[in-house]
Design a protein. Structure first.
Length: 212
C-alpha cells in the first residue's frame, strides 16, 4: 500500500493507535524500553523508504541499532557513521553489524549514469569508485538490470570490507573476538533478504595490507 494522501496528522493518530496496541499486548513494553536499550545488532542500511530495518526483519524497538544513509555506505571520513559504529561496538557491544543494500537502489543507479544531480554527486562518487574497482567484471555483463544488481551486491561487499578496515572493528576483534560483520541485500520486489556470505569476525579474515 502506498497511500499518498496520508497527512502528517494521520501519522500522529497512527502513533496513538500503535501505543494502545503495544500496551494491550505487553503492559511493560514502554517501561522496559525506557530503562535501557540492549540491541544485539547494528544495521547500516539505505535511507530508501522501502527498506525499514525493523519492519523487514520482524524486530521490535530496542532490538536493532540503526544507521541509514544513501546507498548504505561506510565512508571513513563520515563522523556520523563512525560515531554510530563506535557507540554500537564499544558501548552497546553489539554481536553483529549488518550492511544491507537493496536491488533498485537509486544511489547505485545514479552512480552508473553520467548525469549530474547536485550535492549528492559527491556522495555517489564513492559508489563510482566501487564501479571502477570492478569495472572489467561489470562491463562484461550486457543486461543492464543484471549489471545494476551486481553493482548493488559488490557495493555491499566493499562496504563490509571498509568496515573491517576501521580501527573500531579491528580493535574490537582483537579485544573481544567480535562483532561479526555481514553483507546482505534486500529485494524490494519480493521482500526477501539475501545473505551474500561475506561475513567476517577476525583480523585473520582480512587482507594483511590493512593491519592494526
Ligand atoms: Co538505496
Amino acid at each position: 500500500m502506498n497511500d499518498s494522501n496520508k497527512t502528517h496528522q494521520q501519522l500522529l493518530l497512527q502513533n496513538r493507535a500503535w501505543v494502545q496496541q503495544k500496551n494491550k499486548e505487553d503492559n511493560d513494553f514502554f517501561k522496559r524500553l525506557s530503562e535501557t536499550q540492549k540491541p544485539d545488532f547494528l544495521w547500516i542500511g539505505c535511507a530508501d523508504s522501502r527498506v525499514s530495518a525493523n519492519e523487514i526483519t520482524g524486530t521490535q524497538p530496542g532490538e536493532v541499532f540503526v544507521h541509514r544513509n544513501i546507498a548504505n555506505m561506510v565512508v571513513h571520513t563520515d563522523m556520523n557513521m563512525l560515531s554510530v559504529l563506535d557507540y554500537a561496538v564499544n558501548v552497546l557491544k553489539v554481536s553483529h553489524v549488518i550492511v544491507c543494500g537493496h536491488y533498485g537502489c537509486g544511489g547505485v543507479l545514479a552512480a552508473m549514469s553520467d548525469k549530474q544531480i547536485g550535492l549528492i554527486d559527491n556522495w555517489i562518487r564513492h559508489i563510482k569508485d566501487v564501479y571502477r574497482l570492478h569495472q572489467a567484471k561489470l562491463d562484461s555483463i550486457s543486461d543492464l538490470k543484471t549489471r545494476q544488481n551486481k553493482l548493488v551486491e559488490l557495493n555491499v561487499i566493499e562496504q563490509v570490507h571498509d568496515l573491517a578496515k576501521t580501527s573500531i572493528i579491528q580493535n574490537a576483534w582483537t579485544e573481544r573476538g567480535g562483532p561479526v560483520i555481514h553483507g546482505w541485500v534486500y529485494d524490494v520486489a519480493n521482500g526477501l533478504l539475501k545473505d551474500l556470505n561475506v561475513s567476517m569476525d577476525s583480523n585473520e579474515d582480512f587482507q594483511a595490507i590493512f593491519p592494526i
